[in-house]
Design a protein. Sequence first.
Length: 99
Amino acid sequence: MKSLTFIWILWPSFIVAALANAVFFTVFDPQELIAFGEPIAGSRTAIYSIGFFAFWAVTAASNAMSGFLRRTSAEVNQCPLEPTQRSAGCPKREEGGCG
């Protein structure tokens, strides 16, 4: 299930990063970009690649946050311990159910 979560986060962010990269570099020439008051030194391909991975990182972070916030209260409050591993005062120790 964890691998599916990564696919749900990374694949849509890959598509959006590709689109954002295409739109951004259609409007701006990579050789004319300025960072911290200095022109960015590097080939066009390097700047395109850095831009793509930057867009991908931002959109992946956005998708990860959306996935984190979509969890239900039952998923958030689910006890990770088996009933026998829970402390003696735990009300769920005898019930055996996580909840």
